[in-house]
Design a protein. Structure first.
Length: 160
């Protein structure tokens, strides 16, 4: 099998990587989008949101087909009603343990290694217990990598 050298751009010129050279590039992609809060109240960091028909976002909930398609999580500390803010759709979302407590209803932040699901009882909340009631939706949101970081991996909803 032939050895191939990657192409690189140096000073605007395409060149072959030379012997002894190495590639040093951080590989991380975090997708974020700016959206307007369509809720009558502020939405805070770590809460799951869906896109409404008018293009704004509101708190997602696993109890109805209209609110279950999770777009992502609020990345800003808070997005005021009718104001725009940042929604993170993948990557690792970091927040304080107190902020995660607000988003989960628990205390001490996230549980490292735990999988988080969209809550069917409280809009926008995350839970470590997947729904089991007929008529609710199971939506995997991500996995905690520490008490302050959630690896976002939103999966399509499954109707029970």
């Amino acid at each position: 099998m032939a050895t191939r050298k990657p192409l690189v751009i140096i000073n605007g010129q395409i060149q072959q990587l030379q012997s002894g050279d190495t590639l040093d590039a951080a590989v991380s992609e975090v997708d974020v989008i700016s959206k307007e809060n369509g809720n009558a109240s502020p939405i805070t960091i770590g809460h799951a949101v869906y896109t409404k028909a008018d293009g704004t976002v509101d708190l997602a909930q696993a109890n109805a087909s209209g609110t279950v398609e999770v777009l992502g999580f609020v990345k800003d500390a808070s997005i005021a009603s009718s104001s725009s803010g940042i929604i993170q759709t993948d990557g690792i979302l970091a927040a304080t343990t107190g902020q995660w407590d607000t988003a989960t209803g628990d205390s001490g932040g996230l549980t490292p290694g735990a999988v988080y699901w969209l809550d069917p009882s409280t809009a926008g909340k995350l839970t470590t217990t997947a729904p089991t009631t007929i008529g609710q939706f199971v939506v995997r949101l991500g996995k905690a990598v520490s008490t302050t970081e959630l690896e976002i991996s939103i999966e399509p909803p499954i109707l029970l």
